[in-house]
Ligand binder design. Structure first.
Ligand SMILES: Nc1ncnc2c1ncn2[C@@H]1O[C@H](COP(=O)(O)OP(=O)(O)OP(=O)(O)O)[C@@H](O)[C@H]1O
Ligand SMILES: [Mg+2]
Length: 115
């Protein structure tokens, strides 16, 4: 996926501008690091790039992929829950029955889930 960021700025309704005039192109196959002080808007920019939040100004184009995934900075699980529990949770939340959700969540190899 290529991401084209054109003159993007963002502020939340009650807050100051976090950034303005951001223009960049992120190319497929490359790794980028976004650094800055806490509260400077890094997670906000990732939300914009993912398309979950619309920028207050400017435009962001995502070319070549219908889906953006993101591992959050604090990817903690729920205590005493298995990996399978974590994987099926969004399927259950979307209305699937547990048996179907566990079948969908099964890995494509001969791995076995352990409870
Ligand atoms: N949904 C929101 N509504 C209002 N303000 C928000 C919202 N999300 C973030 N903010 C504010 O925007 C600013 C930037 O937050 P953001 O989480 O993007 O910073 P960050 O650079 O990712 O910080 P950290 O390094 O701590 O993760 C902060 O002042 C935060 O309180
Ligand atoms: Mg953050």
């Amino acid at each position: 996926m290529q991401v084209v960021i054109d003159s993007v700025g963002h502020r939340f309704p009650t807050g100051p501008w976090l950034f303005r005039g951001l223009t960049a192109r992120l190319d497929p196959g490359q790794v980028y690091a976004l650094v800055g002080p806490s509260g400077s808007g890094k997670s906000t920019l990732l939300s914009l790039i993912a398309g979950w939040v619309a920028p207050a100004e400017g435009a962001i184009e995502r070319l070549g992929s219908g889906r953006t995934s993101w591992v959050f900075q604090n990817p903690h699980g729920a205590p005493r829950r298995t990996v399978l529990d974590h994987v099926v949770l969004p399927l259950l939340a979307a209305g699937a029955r547990r048996r179907e959700a566990e079948a969908d969540a099964a890995p494509p190899t001969r791995w076995r889930w352990r409870r």
